[in-house]
Design a protein around this ligand. Structure first.
Ligand code: GUN
Length: 295
């Protein structure tokens, strides 16, 4: 048996096309162009590549975007001032500070400085709190992308055992909270395994839906999963590959070749959750722009 591929690339193209149409409508009807400000501090190659991809996606759907590239030595104070400017700038509906930030900058302080109504990453404590209690909010993009992919493939989550491996603030904790809600596309029984878990495979073997958000290349192997499991691979890991043009290739947290033989469905890396994350960023930004009444 070979698993069905959950094609995040294809689904994200469909979502982008929907957003592109709605954006055209918003422009002609209300004169509003969704605007997104990116802030990139330092020269982390992965961060540079993510921001480039997010920028390109903005262009594709007709958004306005601006990118502030700042040196690694940028002070916290300067960054806070820049965020403040975007907070009050009417043409900007979303503000995204790419993480991680250099060590001398307090990430929590930066996230809290962003107007929560423009927090298209869904990282602000107000949005985190709203998500937890099931209120409408800006939701973090990777978890929202995972849920959207499951919904669009018709994969039932209600009553299913979802096992999340990883407890980051960006993926593990919010996706667990999202799928736990008594709402459509959720209502799952959720377990979170993490670095403090003694026997990870004891839990992963019980998963109807397994979400791997660990950040370690190919560590989920076929012997760790139940036949028929649905696997969502959130990992984006660079591994050395002398045969590759740039000397590396990208793999997920899941050993795709072996796990895809026992799973019923699996999201690939690349082409799975990565593009879905970007689609949800556009969707969040559109949502803010659409609700703007300042014009
Ligand atoms: N770094 C890794 N993932 C993300 C993300 O979704 N948003 C931001 N801002 N930084 C990240």
């Amino acid at each position: 048996m070979s698993a069905q591929i959950l094609d995040g690339k294809k689904i994200s193209e469909e979502i982008k096309s929907e957003i592109k149409n709605k954006t055209l409508h918003l422009k002609t009807q209300k004169g509003i162009t969704p605007g997104l400000a990116f802030i990139l501090v330092g020269d982390n190659p992965a961060s540079q590549s993510y921001v480039k991809m997010k920028n390109k996606a903005c262009d594709e759907v007709g958004f306005y975007s601006i990118t502030e590239k700042l040196p690694a030595e940028t002070s916290e104070e300067f960054l806070l001032e820049l965020i403040n400017r975007f907070n009050i700038e009417k043409t900007i509906h979303g503000i995204l500070v790419q993480l991680p930030l250099p060590k001398h900058i307090d990430e929590n302080k930066i996230i809290e400085a962003i107007d929560y109504k423009k927090d298209v990453d869904g990282f602000h404590p107000i949005n985190v709190g709203k998500l937890l209690i099931g209120q409408d909010s800006l939701r973090p993009c990777t978890p929202a992308g995972i849920q959207e992919l499951l919904i669009r493939y018709g994969i039932e989550t209600s009553g299913k055992h979802v096992v999340v491996v990883g407890r980051s603030n960006i993926v593990g904790k919010p996706v667990a909270n999202m799928l736990l809600q008594k709402q459509a596309g959720a209502n799952a029984v959720v377990t979170i395994a993490h670095t403090g878990t003694k026997d990870i495979s004891y839990y992963t073997k019980q998963a109807d839906i397994l979400i791997a958000a660990i950040g370690k290349p190919e560590i989920i192997t076929a012997d760790m999963v139940k036949p028929g499991v649905v696997v969502i691979d959130v990992g984006i890991n660079r591994v050395d590959d002398p045969a590759a043009k740039n000397g590396y290739r990208i793999v997920g947290d899941v050993h795709f070749d072996s796990v895809s033989k026992v799973a019923s469905a699996i999201s690939p890396v690349p082409g799975g959750i990565g593009p879905m994350t970007i689609a949800m960023l556009l969707s969040n930004t559109f949502k803010v722009a659409e609700q703007t009444d300042d014009y």
